[in-house]
Structures are given as structure tokens and as C-alpha cells.
Design a protein around this ligand. Structure first.
Ligand SMILES: Cc1cc2nc3c(=O)[nH]c(=O)nc-3n(C[C@H](O)[C@H](O)[C@H](O)COP(=O)(O)O)c2cc1C
Length: 223
């Protein structure tokens, strides 16, 4: 039989100490009316902490950009009301002895299930959702800078409302991922390029902004 005892050992990295190695994957629920997590959301996450999940990652929750989400009920991670809702969530999780981070998200040009917010201009690195598939406006350098700053603000807000960590969503074909791939990033400026190294600039800037690091390119950080 497979030995799973390691799962039940504590784990620590930097300031994060977990009682076990069980991590709840981020799962979109579309259950935050008006983008604001309410009492039901706090109870939902608290239940996971009560049942000994070592680290809870929230459903994807979006940065402060007009088309960052693609479905109603996806929670915002900006604005006084949504942040107050998230504060309640983390307070409840902490009362139950849990640890949690929000998953910070921008969906890029990926369509949602409900054709959400059709009047809001969708944005993507090159106005594509797949190779040769137009969708969304091409992000200007100004839009990119504003988006990077929005990720930075979300990370600062995660700290200030009391979360233990955060996850940046860089997969699944959403915005950060759209920058990585040559099929969705055909830009000829410094955010595009022949290799993934060049196309990773946007992600690196987001990481720097979220980590409160001074600038890009990233300088090695002293241990
Ligand atoms: C209902 C549902 C919603 C999901 N929403 C998200 C999400 O918001 N963010 C994310 O990164 N992954 C999301 N996922 C993917 C899961 O986090 C997880 O990566 C996926 O289920 C694969 O996990 P597994 O390999 O353990 O089965 C979702 C999955 C499900 C089933």
C-alpha cells in the first residue's frame, strides 16, 4: 500500500507554517453575488479548515480590471465591499485553525459560461484566444502596466486583510498564460518575442509587483 504518512506531516516555508500537506485546489464556484463574498462563502471555507485542510486556496478572484472575470458570481479581489467579505472569510478560517490564500486571477479573453458582461471590452495580449482565433482587444502598454499594478494591489490587499499567502493564476489559458504562448502572444514589443523567456516578461512583472520587489528584471534576492 502507498505510504501517505508524509501528507500528515507539518510543512513550513518562510513565514508560512502548515499543520499538514493537504492543499485544497482553487475551485471556481460563481457564488459571490455582485462579486462580493458573503457569509455563506465564509462558512464554506471555514468548513474546509474545520475538516483539517492544511492550506486552502480560494476560487479564482479577480484583479481590478474591467474584463478580468467572465462569469457572474466570480468574486472581486478589489473594492471595499469585496475585501471586507474576504476579511470575514479569512477570519473564519483562522478561527477554525486553517491557513488560506486567495487565487488572484484575470481571465484574459477566455469566454465564460454565461456570456458575462458582453459590453465590457475583453482584453488579451494580441486580441486572440487561440492560434488564429480573434477575441478581445490587443492590450496597450498602458493597459499592461495598469494590469500589473492591479496584481500588485491585490497582493498588498491579501496581506492587509490577513491572508497567509496567495496564488497567482498563471495557467489554463487565462491572461498570464496567454502571454506565455506564441499562439496567443504575437506581440512585437518587449512583451512578445521568439521564446518563452521573452514572452514571460508580463508574468515576471506580475510576480515582482505581487512580491513588492522594486523592478524588472528581477535582481537576485539575498537569502
Ligand atoms: C468546479 C471546478 C472549478 C475549478 N476552478 C478553478 C479555479 O478557479 N482556478 C484554478 O486554478 N483551477 C480551477 N479548477 C481546477 C482545479 O483547481 C484542479 O486543478 C483540477 O481539478 C485538477 O486537479 P486534480 O489533478 O487534483 O484532479 C477547477 C476545478 C473544478 C472541478
Amino acid at each position: 500500500m502507498t505510504d501517505v504518512s508524509a501528507l500528515f506531516q507539518p510543512f513550513s516555508i518562510k513565514s508560512l507554517s502548515l499543520k499538514n500537506r493537504i492543499v485544497m485546489a482553487p475551485m471556481t464556484r460563481s457564488s459571490a453575488p455582485g462579486g462580493v463574498p458573503g457569509e455563506a462563502n465564509a462558512v464554506y471555507y471555514r468548513r474546509r479548515a474545520e475538516n483539517h485542510v492544511g492550506l486552502i486556496l480560494s476560487e479564482g478572484t479577480v484583479v481590478d480590471r474591467p474584463a478580468a472575470r467572465n462569469e457572474g458570481g466570480i468574486p472581486f479581489f478589489h473594492g471595499e465591499m469585496a475585501l471586507a467579505g474576504w476579511r470575514r472569510v479569512i477570519e473564519e478560517v483562522h478561527v477554525a485553525g486553517g491557513k488560506m490564500g486567495p487565487q488572484i486571477w484575470h481571465v484574459g479573453s477566455v469566454p465564460g459560461l454565461g456570456g458575462w458582461e458582453p459590453d465590457v471590452p475583453v482584453e488579451s495580449p494580441s486580441g486572440l484566444v487561440g492560434p488564429g482565433q480573434p477575441r478581445g482587444t490587443v492590450m496597450s502598454e498602458e493597459a499592461i502596466a495598469d494590469t500589473v499594478a492591479a496584481f500588485g494591489r491585490a497582493a498588498a490587499d491579501a496581506r492587509s486583510v490577513g491572508f497567509d499567502t496567495l496564488e497567482l493564476h498563471g495557467a489554463h489559458g487565462y491572461l498570464i498564460d496567454q502571454f506565455f504562448w506564441d499562439g496567443t502572444n504575437t506581440r512585437e514589443d518587449r512583451y512578445g518575442g521568439a521564446g518563452v523567456k521573452e514572452r514571460a516578461r508580463f508574468a515576471a512583472e506580475v510576480v515582482a509587483a505581487a512580491s513588492n520587489l522594486p523592478s524588472f528584471p528581477l535582481e537576485p534576492v539575498a537569502p
